[in-house]
Design a protein around this ligand. Structure first.
Ligand SMILES: C[S@@+](CC[C@H](N)C(=O)[O-])C[C@H]1O[C@@H](n2cnc3c(N)ncnc32)[C@H](O)[C@@H]1O
Length: 445
């Protein structure tokens, strides 16, 4: 296996951040507004395309936000809900220091793998060699605990799972189990080798799709990573980027007034359960070995945005209410009351009425922390959607804008970006005829 090196004639200057910025500038003029909140363009961008997921926004959205203000080498971009690091990666490409928060253990490692590392280039051949060696020595799924064995057994043919587990064991043997790039590459191979239909990374066990074999998937991924490192890797010396494994409800690692811009997209209310949608990875990597562990180790660290995450929040609703600016209480109280009534008429008995205050309380804490760490005059950009819980409209973007105003932000604005499905317009649902949508909320510190 050859060591990765710059091709003859390759100019480091050409790969400088300005070049990445120029590419982003060109692309961001071409991308329709409706694609900005989605990850649809990620596959066209180096590094972003290594691993991306359905809940991600586009690099172009981040670029456009960064263009709205004067940023330089001393500037710091923060994404308090960093996911797979779209915003931090764009910041690096623009020569801006990046910080992100992400307590989800899978996304955290994916994000870290995509941030500049002095070992990036040297690590790649070692990772590839270890994985290929491991694939040639399959491991027995019998060693898996019962819940992961049952779940993974439905996603992969037995022979493929054995090969993938061989790859995992080889990373341990070669002391690469802490290597984030190795984690990203084998996680990506999982996705490609899985024979169930996926919606981004959510696994619907009963639907089937074409799947690759691990060595082929790995070779293709390594080639993609290598090509991108050759193209943009040298651009990064001197650029600082850091991902914190904590909830952004407390960003004590960041000093007051240290951040120049926030670009982010929080969990949407009643949208993805980020713990459940990553069950394949959590089980494969042994991060959690049962549904209960998924709740305790992952769900509990995230903003409570789905009823599956309510454990621990059923009580203490009063405290959550107290954490939300009181000006929102009349509207949220009546939402809670309507949802409690609707629940009585629904077979599913979903506790949506208990979700409202925990969600907005946690979002208030994150936005307060943003306010603390942002420099006066710094902009915050939030991509977020509204929701319909049991057909009851929850105008989250407007509520978040109001929270921003209440905690001292100014020039708050909410702009429609794109509609997302028309479930909301179905006759059985009362309310807005315009459907649910994604909105760009922005404000100045
Ligand atoms: C909409 S996604 C962000 C996607 C990201 N913009 C991207 O392009 O990859 C929201 C993210 O927030 C993370 N998250 C949830 N609760 C959090 C918390 N309390 N602190 C920080 N991140 C959190 C989730 O794990 C998820 O990755």
């Amino acid at each position: 296996m050859s060591q990765l090196s710059l091709p003859i004639g390759f100019s480091e200057e050409l790969a400088a951040p300005q070049r990445a910025g120029a590419v982003l500038a060109r692309r961001s003029q071409l991308v329709p507004a409706a694609s900005l909140p989605t990850n649809a363009t990620a596959k066209q961008h180096p590094i972003h395309r290594w691993f991306n997921f359905i809940a991600g926004f586009s690099p172009e959205f981040v670029y456009q936000c960064c263009q709205s203000v004067s940023l330089g080498p001393e500037s710091v971009l923060l994404d308090p809900f960093a996911g797979c690091a779209t915003a931090p990666v764009v910041a690096c490409q623009l020569g801006i220091t990046a910080v992100g928060f992400e307590p989800h253990p899978v996304f955290l490692r994916i994000a870290r793998a995509k941030l500049p590392s002095p070992h990036w280039i040297a690590d790649l051949p070692r990772i590839e060699a270890a994985l290929l060696e491991g694939f040639a020595h399959p491991a027995d799924p019998c060693t898996l605990p019962p819940a992961p064995a049952a779940f993974l057994g439905k996603l992969f043919p037995d022979s493929v799972l054995r090969v993938l587990l061989g790859g995992r064991r080889a990373l341990d043997d070669h002391r690469l189990s802490d290597n984030d790039l190795a984690f990203l590459i084998l996680s990506c191979a999982l996705e490609q080798c899985c024979h169930s239909q996926t919606d981004g990374i959510y696994k619907a066990l009963t639907t089937h799709k074409a799947s690759a074999l691990p060595p082929d998937a790995c070779a293709e991924l390594v080639a993609r990573v290598r090509a991108d490192l050759l193209a943009v890797g040298p651009a990064y010396p001197g650029i600082r980027a850091r991902m914190f494994p904590d909830s952004s409800e407390s960003m004590h690692a960041l000093g007051d007034a240290s951040v120049s811009i926030v670009v982010t997209s929080p969990p949407y209310l009643d949208n993805f359960d980020y713990a459940e949608m990553t069950r394949m990875y959590l089980y494969f990597w042994g991060i959690a070995n049962s549904w209960q562990e998924i709740t305790e180790k992952v769900r509990a660290t995230l903003v409570t945005n789905t009823t599956t995450a309510l454990a621990g929040h059923r009580h203490g609703q009063e405290q959550h209410r107290d954490a939300v600016p009181s000006v929102l209480h009349p509207q949220l109280d009546s939402l809670v009351a309507v949802l409690a009534e609707r629940r009585k008429t629904k077979a599913g008995k979903k506790d949506y009425h208990l979700l409202v205050y925990p969600y907005f309380a946690q979002m208030t804490r994150v936005l307060r922390e943003c306010s603390r760490v942002m420099r006066p005059g710094a902009p915050i950009h939030i991509m977020v959607a509204d929701s319909a819980l049991y057909g009851v409209h929850v105008a989250s973007p407007q509520f978040l804008a109001r929270i921003l105003s209440e905690i001292g932000f100014r020039s708050t604005a909410v702009a429609f970006v794109r509609g997302r499905g028309h479930r909301w317009a179905l006759a059985k649902r009362a309310g807005s005829p315009t459907g649910l949508a994604e909105f760009h909320v922005c404000a100045l510190r």
